[in-house]
Ligand binder design. Sequence first.
Ligand code: FES
Length: 238
Amino acid sequence: MKIMENKKRKITIIKNGPYIVSGNLPLAKEIIVSDENGDSVGWKKSEKYSCPEQYSLCRCGASKNKPFCDGSHVKSEFDGKETADRGIFSDQCEKIIGPGLDLDDLPELCARARFCHDQSGDVWENTERSDDPKSKQKATREASLCPAGRLVAREKNSGQAIEPELEPEIGLIEDPEKKVSGPVWVKGGIEIESADGLNYEKRNRVTLCRCGKSANKPFCNGCHIDEKFNDGDKNINY
Ligand code: FES
């Protein structure tokens, strides 16, 4: 009897082990582009990996074959305990009310990609003065470029989330400005199942820890910058 392949797009977290990515999800490097001031201004897709229907991504940071798991989590006795709140984003976030735009903010999810601020004002200041169309547009852009889903801009009257259009795919963030590799960027509403079998809220964008050191696992908390994590990619100028 032919065994049916499970084509469901999904990430399954293995206890003290890797992320199992299923459903033919594309995998590519995503580079943070900075301007001359060092501010994050956009994304550039880089190396695309050729992957099977299912593959396992290192979650402990110790693999010698990053971004893939090579079993090193066993030797390094990786503690991958998931400590993040299982509640939904809208119940946990702070709601910032602006005159022309609202902003949901959950700092625990910050991946420190730094799209939320530049020389001309940060997303919070721009939300506060969002009665000015330029500031509103800027706040919307800053929130939408955040890979981690920490920041979500909302239409004033309808409360509708303003989300970027993201196809279901997996990004491996690189941050040349800080000379580090960043988290796994999960895009387009992919299901994520915890090691104990429960599903996290399905969201358009979240970032998962891949340095192994986040205090908010499975999500990234930006500590890859302090840890100087890099995945050894020779194409990146660390
Ligand atoms: S999770 Fe397996 S080597 Fe890192």
